[in-house]
Design a protein around this ligand. Structure first.
Ligand code: MLT
Length: 265
């Protein structure tokens, strides 16, 4: 990991692999770049892989209050500048990382060669979901990240992974418990305020790969199927026996899907 200064914050970034095609891997909420560990190992022999901890997560700096999806996207653009990367990159985002990738397309289109949207969705929070998020932001600030782990872990993994892979459950739990409560709360408030990206989808004129765990209960295959149809020309890869954390649950399958996409774009 190295630390770079970007957009007024210190960002911890895993920067691996040779020069050449750059692939940026963006994690989801309430996690860190570590969710991409196996894909970094598989892809870094061939591509330069940039995997940041977003503002407020992992080893990166924290800005309390609210951090919007726009700010996260601008942080990524500033991180590319700080790393001296001017050529178009392939940007892959899981869930919240996917929201950031869609916003990045909206404002930094020229910096992109392709998008990988993994276990994500275009729709904004419903008013009920946004209210629940604001409540959980306040709770995480009061009680710490353990309440998020309890609430989210069972929904993040397929039933089989949750029951049969205590190592993965533990890895995810440690990632969540290691989070900074103020950073997590700030991101939750930003998630509650994010816009609906559905109108943007038909304007996405880049190669797009979508990946979804067949048992993803948060961003379901049906919802991702609709997202892919709205983009037009995007490919959807469904991963068997995986939930919302497809890159952790089926690392080789997800790495292979991304590698095949990179070879073609
Ligand atoms: C994520 O994995 O990033 C979250 O499920 C996103 C969300 O809560 O909307």
């Amino acid at each position: 990991m190295r630390t770079i200064r970007a957009n007024g914050i210190d960002l911890a970034v895993d920067d691996s692999g040779p020069s050449g095609r750059v692939v940026v891997l963006v994690h989801g909420f309430p996690l860190t770049h570590e969710i991409w560990r196996d894909q970094i190992a598989a892809l870094a022999p061939h591509y330069r892989i940039i995997a940041p901890d977003l503002r407020g997560f992992g080893r990166s700096g924290v800005t309390p209050g609210r951090v919007t999806i726009d700010q996260f996207a601008d942080d990524l653009a500033a991180a590319l500048d700080a790393l001296g990367i001017a050529e178009p990159v392939v940007l892959a985002g899981l869930s919240m990382g996917g929201y950031i990738a869609m916003r990045f397309f909206e404002v930094h289109r020229a910096r992109l060669a392709g998008l990988v949207l993994c276990d994500t969705r275009a729709a904004a929070d419903t008013p009920q979901a946004a209210a629940a998020r604001l409540e959980s932001a306040a709770r995480v600030e009061r009680e710490g990240p353990a309440m998020l782990a309890e609430a989210m872990l069972p929904k993040m993994l397929s039933a089989a992974t949750f029951a049969g892979r205590p190592d993965l459950v533990d890895r995810l739990r440690r990632m969540i418990l290691g989070g900074d409560a103020r950073g997590l709360a700030a991101a939750a408030r930003g998630l509650a305020a994010r816009p609906d990206f559905t109108p943007l989808l038909p304007r996405i004129d880049l190669p797009v790969l979508a990946i979804v765990g067949r048992e993803d209960a948060i961003s379901t295959p049906a919802e991702m199927g609709a997202l892919v149809r709205a983009i037009g020309g995007a490919r959807l890869v469904e991963i068997d026996a995986a939930g919302h954390m497809a890159p952790l649950e089926k690392p080789a399958e997800v790495a292979a899907a991304i590698a095949e996409f990179l070879d073609a774009c």
